[in-house]
Design a protein around this ligand. Structure first.
Ligand code: GDP
Ligand code: K
Ligand code: MG
Length: 300
C-alpha cells in the first residue's frame, strides 16, 4: 500500500438504516461497482461488507450492514447488539432513510440507538427521485428528528446518483487525516468468488420472490480462467425438494433464467466473457449453515 499524501483523509463510514431504504444500492453507487446485491426483498444483505472509495483527497471505507429492526426475539437482540458494535467501530455513521415516505417508528427506533453513541452521524434522505410532488411534510418529519439530535442532513438518490457528489464531500469533511487502509484501486474487501455467489443469490431473490425462502446458500465450486472465457461452476443449496422444483422450473426454464441473468452480472464484475453452470442440491439445514459460515469466511 502506498504512502498517503499529506493532509489525506480516511476513515470508516457505517451505513445504517431500516431494511430496504437503499443502503446497498448507495454503497454500490458510491464505489462505482456492484459489490453488494440489492433487491426489493428485506434481508437481502446477510453480512457486513466493505466498499472502498478512494479519491485524490480521501479514502472512504463504507460498511454496509443488514437492516436494523426492533428485536422481537432473542436472535433479534443479538443483531441489535451487533449493530451497536458496528456503530461504535466506525468514524462516521451514515443513517439512511427512505424519503419517499414519512419517518416511521422503525426510523425512530434506530435514531434512538445511534444517538446513544459518540460517533458523528449524518442523516441521509434517500429515494428523492421517488418523492411525491409536494414532499415538504415528508422532509419535515425527518428534519424534526435531525434537529432534535443536531444531525447534519443531506438528500440524494442512490438510484440515479443525484446529490451523491455532495454526500461524498460532506462525509470527507467529517473524516480526520489518515493513511490508505486499502490499496487505492481496491473496491471491496470481499473476494471475487464471494461476490459471484452473491450475484447468483440476487437473481434467485429477484426471480423467485417469496417462493424460495432466504435459506438458499450458493457455493462456487470452481472458477476456471482461460484466455477467452471464465468458466464458473456453482451449486445452489436448498432445504427441500419443493424448493428445488421451483428453482429448476418447468423444463428447467427458471434455472435457465437465473443462470443467464447471473451470468450477465458476473460478466460485468470480471469484465470478461463467462460460462456459468448451475446445479441445485437439496441439503439438510446443518449442512447449509456450514456453507453459510464458509461464505462468511469461517473455517468449517
Ligand atoms: P437495503 O436493504 O437498505 O440494502 O436496500 P437495497 O439497496 O437492497 O434497495 C432496496 C430497494 O430500493 C431496491 O429495489 C432498490 O432498487 C430500491 N432503491 C434503492 N435506492 C433507491 C433510490 O434512490 N430510488 C429508488 N426509486 N429506489 C431505490
Ligand atoms: K433489500
Ligand atoms: Mg442491503
Amino acid at each position: 500500500i502506498p504512502q498517503a499524501p499529506p493532509e489525506f483523509k480516511s476513515g470508516f463510514i457505517g451505513i445504517i438504516g431500516r431494511p430496504n431504504v437503499g443502503k446497498s444500492t448507495l454503497m454500490n453507487q458510491l464505489v462505482g461497482q456492484k459489490i453488494a446485491i440489492t433487491s426489493p426483498v428485506a434481508q437481502t444483505t446477510r453480512n457486513r461488507l466493505r466498499g472502498i472509495l478512494t479519491t485524490p483527497k480521501a479514502q472512504l471505507i463504507f460498511v454496509d450492514t443488514p437492516g436494523i429492526h426492533k428485536p422481537h426475539h432473542q436472535l433479534g437482540e443479538v443483531l441489535v447488539q451487533n449493530a451497536k458494535i458496528a456503530i461504535e467501530s466506525v468514524d462516521v455513521v451514515l443513517f439512511v432513510v427512505d424519503a419517499s415516505v414519512s419517518c416511521g417508528t422503525g426510523d425512530l427506533y434506530i435514531a434512538d440507538l445511534v444517538s446513544r453513541s459518540q460517533t458523528p452521524i449524518v442523516l441521509g434522505l434517500n429515494k428523492i427521485d421517488q418523492q411525491p410532488q409536494n414532499a415538504d411534510a415528508i422532509d419535515a418529519s425527518y428534519m424534526q428528528m435531525a434537529e432534535l439530535h443536531k444531525w447534519q442532513t443531506i438528500k440524494f438518490s442512490a438510484q440515479n446518483g443525484q446529490g451523491l457528489p455532495q454526500l461524498e464531500d460532506k462525509l470527507i469533511e467529517r473524516l480526520e487525516t489518515g493513511p490508505y487502509y486499502y490499496p487505492p484501486d481496491l473496491v471491496t474487501d470481499q473476494p471475487e468468488r464471494f461476490i459471484m455467489g452473491e450475484l447468483i443469490r440476487e437473481q434467485i431473490l429477484l426471480l423467485t420472490r417469496e417462493e424460495v425462502p432466504h435459506s438458499v446458500a450458493v457455493a462456487i465450486d470452481q472458477v476456471e480462467e482461460t484466455p477467452t472465457i471464465t468458466r464458473v461452476i456453482a451449486t445452489i443449496n436448498v432445504e427441500r425438494d419443493s424448493q428445488k422444483g421451483i428453482l429448476i422450473g418447468k423444463g428447467g426454464t427458471m434455472l435457465k433464467s437465473i443462470g443467464s441473468a447471473a451470468r450477465e452480472q458476473i460478466q460485468k464484475l470480471i469484465a470478461g466473457k463467462v460460462y456459468l453452470e448451475l446445479f441445485v442440491k437439496v441439503q439438510p439445514k446443518w449442512r447449509q449453515s456450514r456453507i453459510r459460515l464458509a461464505e462468511l469466511g469461517y473455517r468449517v
